[in-house]
Design a protein around this ligand. Structure first.
Ligand code: CA
Length: 129
């Protein structure tokens, strides 16, 4: 399982990255939306974990670009923007789940497992062909 992590807050990026790696996931960690898009366009990921408030492109703009370039990867948003409007916006823009910061890491991992267990990434990959 290969995960792309997009989080600009260094300590949180490091914390999530190490936590996922301890669970056996392979993680590419970046801090900007443009880095995320270029990696998503060239590498194959099972899941993208995406912050919204990022320098440059926002997480929502990353979602729009993934759709525009037909990059089919399930996305979980992790954001401090916790209003229903933002959650609705994120899901409507194509995210499969939306986790509000601050979050419990055990719950976070369960949500990651839920997405990867469903084989969503596999069907997304097939759809890509
Ligand atoms: Ca941020």
């Amino acid at each position: 399982m290969k995960i792309l992590l997009v989080e600009d807050e260094p300590r949180l990026n490091d914390f999530i990255c190490k936590g996922l790696e301890q669970q056996g996931y392979t993680v590419d960690a970046v801090t900007t939306g443009s880095e995320a898009l270029s990696l998503a366009a060239t590498e194959s990921y099972d899941l993208i974990i995406l912050d919204v408030m990022l320098p440059g492109l926002s997480g929502f703009e990353v979602l729009e670009n993934l759709k525009k370039f037909e990059i089919k990867v399930p996305v979980i948003i992790v954001s401090a923007l916790n209003s229903s409007e933002r959650v609705i916006e994120g899901l409507d823009k194509g995210a499969i789940d939306y986790i509000k910061k601050p979050f419990d890491f055990g719950e976070f991992l369960a949500r990651v497992r839920a997405v990867t267990r469903k084989g969503l990434s596999r069907s997304f990959t097939n759809f890509r062909i």
